[in-house]
Ligand binder design. Structure first.
Ligand SMILES: *Cc1c(COP(=O)(O)O)cnc(C)c1O
Length: 223
């Protein structure tokens, strides 16, 4: 089932769009199944779960070239459960977190790849930066010697109204274009991580370079 789902999704993705298989709340066996089907890039949103999965796979020696992205809210006291393992942290949502990740990088002699999470859509509670905060932050990007700014991550409004979703994604895309024009020195700033199970096709129409898909690969999560 997982292999079939992956195949179906991949057949609809342009070759340059990366697929993050979001495996949060799903057991290791599901990850192994996706790996066996060729998937290498996985996403998790809870530090403890990520670390546990990484360690179990390392112990058994399975899935040797698996890659992890972190895409959940990250508390600064959990960095050591995430930063040694994640090739990309997609969910940087405060200056404080960014500063702490930079510090961790310095201490561990590592440059951390990050996406800045953009707050978009209607929900007041949704985490992420506002556009002007991202602008200000990137004007000071050189302060963060151990951070590599790789782009933006965003979620559309939580709605079935695809016109609203489309408008949200268009807005993220045009902000992304604005930033890449304004900061040509940030040569790695090119990923636009938009699109989930319910809206990834729309996201691709709007210029997504990376989709994060869980349910459509692994089925419903049981929390
Ligand atoms: C869970 C999650 C996803 C995947 O959601 P699905 O609807 O299951 O595809 C994508 N992005 C983030 C940030 C998530 O937390």
């Amino acid at each position: 089932m997982i292999a079939e789902n992956l195949k179906k999704i991949l057949s609809g993705l342009p070759p340059e769009v990366k697929l993050v298989a979001v495996s949060k709340y799903h057991p290791l066996d599901d990850i192994k199944e996706a790996y066996a089907a060729g998937q290498r890039l996985f996403g998790e949103n809870r530090p403890q779960e990520l670390e546990k999965k990484v360690k179990e796979l390392a112990e058994s020696g399975e899935c040797p070239d698996i890659q992890w992205n972190f895409l959940g809210h990250l508390q600064t006291n959990k960095l050591k459960q995430v930063l040694p393992y994640a090739s990309l942290v997609q969910s940087i949502d405060t200056i404080h977190l960014l500063q702490e990740v930079d510090k961790w990088g310095k201490k561990n002699d590592k440059v951390i790849n990050v996406l800045l999470e953009l707050h978009i859509g209607a929900e007041e509670t949704k985490q992420g930066f506002h556009e002007e905060e991202i602008l200000e932050l990137l004007f000071g990007a050189s302060k963060y010697a151990n951070i590599r700014f790789c782009g933006l991550m965003g979620m559309a409004s939580h709605t079935d109204d695809m016109e609203t979703v489309h408008a949200d994604f268009e807005r993220i895309k045009s902000f992304m274009d604005y930033l890449t024009d304004l900061f040509p020195e940030l040569v790695d700033f090119k990923e636009l991580s938009i699109g989930m199970s319910g809206d990834y096709e729309t996201a691709i129409d709007c210029g997504s370079t990376m989709v994060r898909i869980g349910t459509a690969i692994f089925g419903e999560r049981s929390y």
